[in-house]
Structures are given as C-alpha cells and as structure tokens.
Design a protein around this ligand. Structure first.
Ligand SMILES: [Zn+2]
Ligand SMILES: [Zn+2]
Length: 211
C-alpha cells in the first residue's frame, strides 16, 4: 500500500492518494481542489484512480469532485448523513466567499461498518459524527484517515451546521480510541499522528490533559 499526501486549496486540506501495489488501483481520500496537481500526482504514480472516498461534505474536502470525475472513470462515496451538505453546496461556497464551482455528484451513500475494496485493500467505514453528522473515518490495515474528526493534538470544530461537540467526543473516545495505539492517523488538516499519541496527549481528551 502506498500513501501520498496532497495538501490542497485555500483551507490547506489534506487529500490522500492510496494505491494498492498489487493492482495499481487507487482511491483519493477527499478531493479539496487543485485537481491539476492531483491529476499530475496520479499520472506520476502510474496508478488508475477508481474511487473518491469522502470523509465528510464540507467544501474544502469535496470541491475538486467534478473535474476529477470528468477526467477519470471513478465512483464517489459519502456517508448518507452528510447529504444535506451536498444539497447546500452553493450555500457553503457563499458562506466562505469562495468562487463558484459545480456541485459534487455522489454515486453511493455509505453506512457505518461497510467495507469498501480498492484492489486488494479493504477500507472499513467508521461513522464518527460530531464535526458533521455524516463524518466518517476509513481504516485500512494500520492506517486511519480521520477527516476533520481527529487532528494531531486537536479535534474538528463543531460550530458548523449539524455539528455537535458531545457527539464528536463520543465518536473519538468510543470508536477511535478503542483502536490499536500503533495505528497511524492521517487527518484532513495538519500533520500525521497515531492513536496512541492522541490518547496520551490530545488536549481535548488525552490522558495527560486530565491530570
Ligand atoms: Zn470539515
Ligand atoms: Zn476541513
């Protein structure tokens, strides 16, 4: 498995290109814009992009959708509880004063516990509401793509439509901190971390923060 981090757009969101080395099939975790840089990276890697898995439907994670869909034969996946944010895509753009781009098209709405295959890789969907109602994390082998749910030494904001700090806390403590401590966490913004590091040090939940 190859993971390439692409930091894109005005909000510096991390998109990850994940490639199955056996089959060269690839998935993009989130598509936040700068599709040309993303396309170049895909071409360089020699992989064939088959899917986009969205961690949630905020514009800094979904606004590169249409260009990539035009240029690759790919399917897009999003948790159903974020459908309302896709429907409100234009409102999201105007709320942040962003340039008009076409609304994304979601091919499949997914649920907690679902397994998605990319070549020989299996991605497990973990529903982690809080930052948005349909936020999910994707677990593949010992890598977790955490979107805007869990960051290195931080967590996602919960003041946007549908956000809930109570739900975010439950998602992180009950679902993510229950995972193996060695699992690497690839967040939607900022640096890569591990479950173990966040359990100990995250100022919102870390054990050290309670002393
Ligand atoms: Zn977000
Ligand atoms: Zn974001």
């Amino acid at each position: 498995m190859i993971i390439k981090k692409l930091t894109v757009g005005a909000f510096a969101s991390n998109n990850y290109l994940v490639i199955c080395e056996d089959t060269k099939e690839a998935v993009l975790i989130d598509a936040g814009g700068n599709y040309r840089a993303t396309e170049d990276e895909i071409k360089r890697s020699g992989a064939s992009l088959k899917y986009i898995f969205y961690t949630h439907a905020h514009l800094d994670h979904i606004s590169g959708d249409r260009e990539l869909k035009r240029n690759f034969q790919l399917k897009t996946y999003l948790h159903r509880d974020d459908k309302f944010l896709v429907d409100k895509f234009k409102e999201q753009l105007s709320m942040f004063g962003m340039q008009e781009v076409e609304s994304p098209i979601i091919d499949e709405y997914i649920n907690d516990g679902q397994e998605l295959k990319v070549g020989n890789l299996k991605f497990k969907v973990i529903h982690t509401p809080g930052h948005s109602p349909g936020s999910v994390c994707y677990l593949v082998k010992s890598s977790l793509f955490s979107g805007d749910t869990l960051f290195a030494d931080s967590v996602g904001r919960t003041d946007l439509p549908g956000g809930s700090y109570e739900r975010l806390e439950k998602s992180i403590v009950n679902k993510l901190f229950a995972l193996d401590e060695n699992i690497k966490v690839y967040p939607g913004h900022g640096a890569v971390t591990t479950i173990g590091h966040e359990k100990q040090n995250n100022p919102f939940f870390g054990l050290n923060s309670r002393i």
